[in-house]
Design a protein around this ligand. Sequence first.
Ligand code: ATP
Ligand code: ZN
Ligand code: MG
Length: 305
Amino acid sequence: MTVMDMQTSFLDRLFESGLLIDTGIDGLYGRSGQFEEVIAAFERLIDTFGGADGAEAMRFPPGMNRAFFEKSGYMKSFPQLAGTVHSFCGSELDHVSLLQYMEVGEDWTRGQEATDIVLTPAACYPLYPTIAKRGNLPKTGGLFDLQSYCFRHEPSKDPARQQLFRMREYVCMGTELHVTDFRQRWMDRGVEMMKAVGLEVTIDVANDPFFGRAGKMLANNQRDQNLKFELLIPITSAANPTACMSFNYHQDAFGTKWGLNLEDGSVAHTACVGFGLERIALALFHHHGLDVKQWPASVRKALWG
Ligand code: ATP
Ligand code: ZN
Ligand code: MG
């Protein structure tokens, strides 16, 4: 059996059990009530680990201001993953031709125009310009709790690689020491949390999938400087375990880009920690079975008390 067959069969089993709902598009799935309950329970576990830190909670919709997206530089690094929202803005005559294109099966989207909204690529993207607008950060820095559906154009038969998925994030802004301590604390907590729900993990240095030949250099640089770590759990392949959390140190790159400054006027360093909520749920279903009632008592207790 090849890796691909195994992936297909886990996806098929998820469809058959009703946990994921086929939409006809790879990486775009409905989720059952049971699947959502697991995600909700895991998010409460995140709250118990992070709750005492006093993070400011914010929830943004899965689309962001296009001007902020442009300024973020996402198109320089990951043009292959981005999704933009386009709409029909034409006249009645344009509408007639649109319907004709549809009728004959031609490309009816050619006249669509870009709106001011781009699909959010990572939960923390709308945060930086929002915080920059407030002025200097207080002496204690900033700590934020985010969750958003994110879009990435990476269709796949691997159920752990979806096009619209949820990312829970904590973002820390402050001095280098402050934000690297934050990142280390969450690496330790991540391991502890996964252990509590019966999942074996490894942590490894990682890089983002920067586009093109120039991207190779950016990826190498990111690795050499230990800027990104991932918490990995085998889901669809033992040889290539899946990143279920990531721990990113941006140095002062976002601080400089967005004008995030500390009380003394110095540029803030930032770090973010992301939980892939669907991936964590899938890891739980893969390791403990598709029937939640049959999960080990210790795992059920960690999730539901
Ligand atoms: P990968 O290397 O698997 O593509 P990534 O490095 O792109 O992951 P991040 O950009 O760090 O992931 O995103 C934070 C978290 O969001 C990841 O650790 C993962 O758990 C989750 N995630 C990322 N891409 C997807 C996806 N396509 N489907 C589901 N979850 C995802
Ligand atoms: Zn982030
Ligand atoms: Mg990726």
